[in-house]
Ligand binder design. Structure first.
Ligand SMILES: [Zn+2]
Length: 202
């Protein structure tokens, strides 16, 4: 469970399997801030949204160590259990308290760390259309990846589905990159994320 499944259509096999798939990947829905069907991992790095507003999606790229995929370190970072002695790149992360609402792994698995109703700590100092502190009113989605390695088909498909669900549930005005709201500090999700491809899919 928790994996995103692409539903094939137009064949008898797809029909035969559709109920099964519907019970698995396509049962994704949002219920009281929880993405039902995603893998849920409890995370303490969160607090209340000061205004309760949810109007922006901020897209990130993350990998630990950079360019390495599939390991436990992103989860460890968000759960405050990362051993910063495990890799030289982790030294800067010592004591950092961060999180994001969702992580989409390379295989399309969706992991939720923070309820959409709560404020996750993903954007840092940031501004959007004259406002600061974007964490207050945004949802953070991390794509496991780097600025320079293409994101996977499964990640685009999962993101498109999540985007649709979020728009149905909240008054989402826009989706932007972390680099758009913190341009002097951040480059993610990077040129490897093809906005044109995403826009064509939604
Ligand atoms: Zn970021």
């Amino acid at each position: 469970m928790g994996h995103w499944h692409k539903l094939s259509t137009g064949s008898d096999i797809a029909c035969a399997l559709s109920l099964d798939l519907a019970l698995d990947g396509f049962a994704l829905k949002i219920d009281n801030g929880i993405l039902v069907g995603a893998t849920q991992v409890p995370c303490e790095n969160k607090d209340e949204r000061p205004l309760g507003e949810i109007s922006l999606i901020i897209l990130h790229g993350i990998s630990l160590p950079e360019g390495n995929f599939g390991g436990p370190y992103i989860k460890d970072l968000f759960c405050n259990t990362l051993d910063c002695k495990e890799h030289p790149d982790f030294v800067d992360l010592n004591g950092l308290r961060v999180s994001s609402h969702l992580v989409i792994r390379r295989d399309g698995e969706i992991v939720q760390f923070v309820s959409f109703l709560d404020r996750a700590w993903h954007a840092g100092p940031s501004f959007y259309r004259g406002r600061t502190d974007c964490n207050d009113f945004s949802i953070g989605i991390e794509l496991e990846g780097t600025d320079y390695i293409p994101y996977t088909d499964s990640q685009y498909e999962a993101l498109v589905h999540i985007y649709s669900l979020l728009r149905q549930s909240y008054s989402i005005e826009n989706i932007v990159g972390h680099s758009d709201v913190a341009p002097e500090r951040k480059t993610d999700p990077g040129h490897s994320f093809l906005w044109s491809r995403f826009r064509a899919m939604i």
